[in-house]
Design a protein around this ligand. Structure first.
Ligand code: CA
Ligand code: CA
Ligand code: CA
Length: 257
């Protein structure tokens, strides 16, 4: 992103061996001189800073004192700009919204900074903490980048968090009725006895069907054409009389001889 001509030029301050301010984000964001990390000469020390102060470091790394970010609500960063140069300045901020460990051009927001609080805003990206890089330029850069050398101003890296999502208020649970379902009408329950229903016109009830009981075993039936066998007591009586008559006849014959 180019802003050439947007700001008034300031006296060149890229003096070899000048004191420099670096960033202190994790290494993946590029912070050291070897990685062409962001660095600002301190030519405007005391007149153009993020917050009240700026520190000098030999190289990028932990230990930088950052005091320019005064508030952060998860989408808006409020930055305290101290600008005593009498000229305009430019504030650039990169928020690693996709949390890939790099500041991308799509994550850049800029604002003019004449002094006082300046707000930079991004679309909210709730989730784990991520990093925000602020660069304040006193000289219009030809190409605004999260890395490289700049004359004057300051760079600060901040680890920013996001507020926890508020639990939604418990809404009453509504029964789910498919739209295709027909409306359901509920009839009141009748508490008195119902009117006698008309008797069915069907035929009178059939008599109960009597199942045949098991018959005790009886005398065998004689086949057709034969006399039935006499019952056993009669047969025994007949045999007894026969034997008695036979014995009497035998005795008579014996006496006759
Ligand atoms: Ca500062
Ligand atoms: Ca990123
Ligand atoms: Ca710094």
């Amino acid at each position: 992103m180019r802003f050439a001509g947007l700001l008034l030029a300031a006296p060149g301050a890229l003096v070899p061996g000048a004191a420099l301010d670096y960033g202190d984000a994790p290494a993946s964001y590029a912070i050291t001189r070897a990685d062409d990390g962001p660095r600002h000469t301190l030519s405007h020390r005391g007149t153009l800073t993020l917050g009240p102060s700026v520190t000098e470091e030999p190289d990028g790394g932990p230990g930088d004192a950052d005091d320019g970010l005064t508030s952060w609500d998860g989408a808006t960063a409020t930055v305290d700009i101290r600008n005593g140069t009498g000229r305009g300045a430019l504030l650039a901020g990169w928020l690693d919204t996709n949390r890939d460990g790099h500041f991308d051009s799509s994550e850049l927001t800029v604002a003019l900074a004449s002094g006082g609080p300046v707000r930079l805003r991004w679309d909210p990206v709730p989730g784990p903490p991520t990093y925000l890089r602020l660069r304040l330029y006193g000289v219009a850069p030809s190409d605004i980048q999260p890395t490289g050398l700049a004359a004057g101003g300051e760079v600060e890296d901040h680890r920013v968090a996001f507020p926890a999502a508020r639990p939604s208020s418990a809404a009453p649970v509504q029964p789910v009725v498919p739209e295709s379902s027909p409306p359901v009408s509920v009839r009141p329950t009748r508490t008195r006895s119902a009117a006698p229903s008309p008797r069915p016109s069907a035929s009178p009830p059939s008599p109960p069907v009597v199942q045949p009981a098991a018959r005790p075993p009886g005398p065998a039936q004689a086949p057709p054409g034969q006399l039935p066998a006499p019952p056993l007591p009669a047969l025994l009586l007949f045999n007894g009389l026969f034997m008695s008559a036979f014995a009497t006849a035998v005795r008579a014959v014996t006496r006759a001889r």
